[in-house]
Design a protein around this ligand. Structure first.
Ligand code: ZN
Length: 145
């Protein structure tokens, strides 16, 4: 697995993820959420920011099924999915991830035929590979209705 390589702006995202919290950067002046993290608010140009906790709920906005050629660790799991999730609190904010059957489940644990645009999903956190101990990556499971 590829591990995240946080930059300075994005580091808090991963620190919260390690605690099982999905947090998105928000402007501390106008309140506008923004992603990916960056120093300046595109709305009001303020440099003040905070990290707001999200419910972790969203909907599948789009998805793809990558096919080879892929990196070896991914090729072994193909066919799998990569989904784009729009967050319930902020539909303009979309996160790329994978739909899995549960925390720690492999990338191919949900059959591609089960994925639907608009399906409700909930974030789960999965420990990244041993090369990045302590790093948790957000993934998504179908919300039970
Ligand atoms: Zn602002």
């Amino acid at each position: 697995m590829l591990s995240p390589v946080p930059d300075d702006d994005g580091a808090p995202f991963w620190q919260y993820a390690a605690r099982g919290e999905l947090r998105i950067q928000a402007c501390a002046d106008c309140g506008e959420l923004r992603f990916p993290p960056r120093p300046c608010c595109p709305h009001c140009h303020s440099f003040a920011s905070e990290w707001r906790r999200m419910s972790g709920r969203g909907r599948v906005w789009s998805y793809v099924v990558p096919h080879p050629p892929l990196l070896p660790a991914y090729a072994a799991q193909a066919p799998y999915n990569a989904i784009v999730v729009e967050l319930a609190e902020a539909p303009r904010i979309r996160l790329v991830g994978n739909l899995v059957s549960g925390p720690g489940a492999p990338l191919n644990s949900v059959a591609v035929e089960r994925i639907r645009i608009g399906a409700r999903v909930q974030v789960v956190f999965t420990e990244a590979g041993s090369d990045a101990a302590g790093t948790s990556v957000p993934r998504w499971v179908l919300e039970r209705s």
